[in-house]
Each structure stands twice: as structure tokens, then as C-alpha cells.
Design a protein around this ligand. Structure first.
Ligand code: SF4
Ligand code: SF4
Length: 452
């Protein structure tokens, strides 16, 4: 599981990546890239759209299968944004999802109406998926402010309904408990904005209430449920499974009905489950969450600037493992913001792209994190749980403390380790995996995987 020789040395100096994974730069020069949304079933055509990126100050970029960047929409904001981070520069165009049936986009943003700032959700259409042809407002006229806590993630659920996260607007947090207000809620609507008859209240789009600034949303296939992230004040950023009619507590509590919360606020943003084999089986159904931190703070900072992974309990009562997965270690303003699993890995935006965090220059990045195991290609032995369980590496004299601490094994499939093993004997010759796949070599931990 060599990392160094497969990674761009320059990126490696600035981003720490979990053992067994590598990072690549896919796109640079984005203008404050916030969220990403992959096309659910992309075609093989190199000119067809693969994913979309919202840029905070009013643009949407379409990225094709060949990784060319197109301006899908621009100038979506009807006011002049500034660059105050933290503060009035933190708002604009944020949430995005692709409607699976049509390829249309749902996009959330704020707008100015006679001096007042409001939230709206729009639906855009495009013939080729690369340039917006029309835009239609689905909901609007919801009060907001020029700061965070605006309208956020938008998603289409397994039931074909539209789900929208709405921040409480910061100034009057008590609206999160007011059933006549849409702020501080998760809404559920038909795709045209009408209220479904089977909503908790058939006269209201409110699906759940009591949220503060619910930035991210993801649907988990294994329980067909919606999970969201929600920013706390100076404490208690949280992840919650959203269930119909439930109250999630804000402003009295950020812990009510939550799966997980932080002691110190980390600026929690987007999240996604590994649920389509983008990583090896050990990571199946793990939840990956971006902790944005203070991106305007240069260097690693003490908060956020990382992606963590966690395992949600089977009964979804909490979280029973937690690891840092990606962490910024450079010297400038950089931070993960939007994340989503896509072809072959986890993709994330870096909002400021290591600018200085105070001047407006389009330097945002889109990165991909992928497994070294998947990257080696032409592997003879499948990296499966069955083969891992049969592997004799854990009892081998060559396995050193570093390999043990990382629980590394199955090197014939996963490739060599970067733990510098000293050859003291190899058990591969006695291993049932060796026999089943007709392997003839030894010391895969030092020499690399068995190839076809
Ligand atoms: S590949 Fe061979 S030498 Fe390396 S840990 Fe496994 S059994 Fe030991
Ligand atoms: S052949 Fe070696 S590396 Fe492969 S499963 Fe067996 S002991 Fe592990």
C-alpha cells in the first residue's frame, strides 16, 4: 500500500491522507467552489457532463467525463458579493443536486428583494447538460441574511421527493421551532414545489424542525434515510438522521436526536456515505464528513480543515468509530467544503484553494482521493473480506509494528506497504489464498501485489 510514489509530491506536502490512499488534483482555478453533485448515471461520452460545482458568487460549472470545465450558468446573484470571511462574504449559491430522471439541476441561493435578503430554490434545464437554457423558481421569498445559515443542501430522496435544508437565518434562532416559519427546517416537496399529501402535516412542506445551519445532506441506501450535517455555535456541530415530524432541538439543544456532535465547533459542511464500492470493502457504509474549520486562517489551524470518517451504529443510535481521513497541513487558506463520492473515489472542493483567504482570486480546487489498492490494476487476487480473513500475514515474523498498527494484510492483493518491512520469513507459502490463486512469489508486503 505504497502512498508516496503514487502521489504528486507537491500535494503530499500540503495534504495528509489516510494510509492506503492517494490524492490527485482534478480541477484548479474554480471561484470559491462550494458543493459538488455527480450525474447519477453518466454516459461514456467524453463530452457529456460528469458533475456540477456551485461557485459561491453566482456560477455553476459543468465538468465533463474528459475533465474539461464548462460554465453552465453565471451571474446568478442579483447583488454584488464581497469577500468578508467570516461574515457577509460567506453566502450566495450553495446547494446543488441533479434530478435523476431529467438531468435538470436544483440549486439553492440567496437573492436581494427591495433591500431584503431572501432564500430561493431554482430548477434549471439544459439540452446538452453543459449550458443552462432556462431557470424556474420552485420556492422563494423566505427571509435570509448575507452570512451563513442560509438555504443549504438540496437532494432528491429515494421516494422521488425534493428535500431542502434551510438555516434559521442566525438573527432569530427561535424560528427553528416555529411551525409557521420555514427557516431552521428540512422541507419535503414534490419536484414542482407542491406539498405532498403524505407529509407529516399535509398542509406544510416542513419535514423536520429544530436545525441551525444544516449545510450538508446525503441519502443512505442501506436504510433509505436522509442524514444531514448541522453547524453548532461555538460547540456541538452534529450529524443527524432526519426522520419525519421529529424535532432536532435548536435553539435549546444541538444534541437532541443527533448521532454525533463535536465538543468544539469545527464548521461542519458536506457529507457522503461510501456505498458504491469506490473504496475497499472495509470502508463500506462509512460516513465521510468535511470539517471546514476557519479556512481564512492560514496553515492547518486548530479547528477543522479536514475530512473525517465515521461508522454509524447498526441501530443508528450513534457513531462507533472516528478517524481523520484527510487533513490540510500547508501554510495557506485551504479547507474541504463540498464532498461526494464519484467514479473511483471521494471528491472534495477546497474553497479558497490556498489563496490568502482575503482577496478574491479564483484558485479553488477539486481533489480526488482514491484507494491505492484500486489504483494498482491487473491485480490477481481480489481484495475481499474472505481473502483478508484467510491471510496469514498477521502472524508473520516480517510484519512489523507499523504494519500491525495499521492492520495491514493481504499484500498479494493490496500491494506493498510503506512501513519498511525487514524480511524475516514469509508465511505466504502456507496460505490457502496462495494455493487458490496459484501464486508462486513471496514477500508481497515488500515487493508488491501479485499481477495477472
Ligand atoms: S507478505 Fe509474506 S512476508 Fe509479508 S507479511 Fe505477509 S506473510 Fe509476511
Ligand atoms: S499469499 Fe501472503 S499476502 Fe496473500 S493472503 Fe496469503 S499470507 Fe496474505
Amino acid at each position: 500500500m505504497v502512498i508516496g510514489d503514487l502521489m504528486d509530491e507537491d500535494i503530499k506536502k500540503r495534504w495528509w491522507i489516510f494510509p492506503g490512499f492517494k490524492i490527485e488534483t482534478m480541477v484548479t482555478g474554480l471561484d470559491l467552489p462550494v458543493n459538488i453533485a455527480f450525474v447519477p448515471k453518466p454516459t461514456d461520452n467524453p463530452d457529456a457532463p460528469l458533475l456540477y460545482v456551485t461557485e459561491l458568487y453566482g456560477n455553476i460549472k459543468a465538468i465533463t467525463n474528459d475533465w474539461n470545465v464548462h460554465t453552465y450558468a453565471e451571474n446568478l446573484l442579483n447583488y454584488e458579493p464581497n469577500y468578508e470571511f467570516p461574515g457577509t462574504g460567506e453566502s450566495g449559491v450553495t446547494g446543488i443536486c441533479v434530478e435523476p430522471g431529467t438531468g435538470d439541476l436544483f440549486v439553492s441561493m440567496i437573492y436581494e428583494d427591495e433591500g431584503n435578503i431572501k432564500n430561493k430554490l431554482v430548477r434549471t434545464k439544459s439540452k446538452n447538460g453543459l449550458k443552462m437554457d432556462s431557470i424556474e423558481t420552485i420556492i422563494e421569498d423566505i427571509p435570509s441574511i448575507k452570512a451563513a445559515h442560509q438555504i443549504q443542501a438540496v437532494s432528491v430522496g429515494f421516494d422521488g421527493k425534493l428535500y431542502v435544508n434551510l438555516g434559521e437565518g442566525m438573527i432569530n434562532p427561535e424560528v427553528a421551532q416555529d411551525d409557521t416559519e420555514l427557516r431552521g427546517k428540512v422541507l419535503r416537496m414534490d419536484l414542482d414545489g407542491n406539498i405532498p399529501e403524505d407529509n407529516p402535516d399535509p398542509k406544510s412542506p416542513i419535514y423536520a424542525k429544530g436545525f441551525r445551519n444544516p449545510f450538508g445532506a446525503v441519502w443512505r441506501e442501506s436504510d433509505k434515510s436522509l442524514y444531514i450535517s448541522d453547524n453548532g455555535p461555538a460547540y456541538d456541530d452534529r450529524v443527524a438522521k432526519v426522520e419525519p415530524g421529529k424535532n432536532y432541538g435548536w435553539p435549546e439543544s444541538m444534541r437532541k436526536n443527533s448521532l454525533f456532535w463535536t465538543h468544539l465547533s469545527q464548521g461542519i459542511t458536506a457529507l457522503d456515505f461510501m456505498q458504491n464500492e469506490e473504496f475497499p470493502f472495509e470502508y463500506d457504509n462509512e460516513l465521510f464528513v468535511a470539517f471546514f474549520g476557519g479556512a481564512y486562517v492560514k496553515g492547518p489551524g486548530v479547528k477543522g480543515k479536514m475530512i473525517v470518517k465515521m461508522k454509524v451504529n447498526k441501530d443508528t443510535s450513534g457513531v462507533n468509530s472516528f478517524d481523520v481521513f484527510v487533513r490540510y497541513t500547508g501554510e495557506n487558506a485551504a479547507s474541504p467544503c463540498g464532498i461526494a463520492f464519484g467514479p473511483g473515489g471521494l471528491y472534495f472542493t477546497d474553497l479558497h484553494g490556498e489563496g490568502n483567504g482575503q482577496t478574491h482570486t479564483p484558485s479553488g480546487n477539486l481533489f480526488k482521493v482514491s484507494s491505492i489498492i484500486k489504483a494498482e490494476g491487473e491485480i490477481l487476487v481480489p481484495y475481499t473480506k474472505e481473502n483478508t480473513d484467510r491471510c496469514l500475514c498477521p502472524g508473520c515474523p516480517t510484519r512489523n509494528e507499523c504494519m500491525g498498527n495499521r492492520n495491514e494484510r493481504l499484500f498479494c492483493a493490496g500491494g506493498k506497504t510503506d512501513c519498511d518491512p525487514e524480511k524475516k520469513g514469509c508465511l505466504c507459502g502456507e496460505c490457502p489464498v496462495q494455493g487458490e490463486y496459484g501464486l508462486v512469489d513471496f514477500y508481497y508486503c515488500a515487493e508488491g501485489a501479485a499481477k495477472k
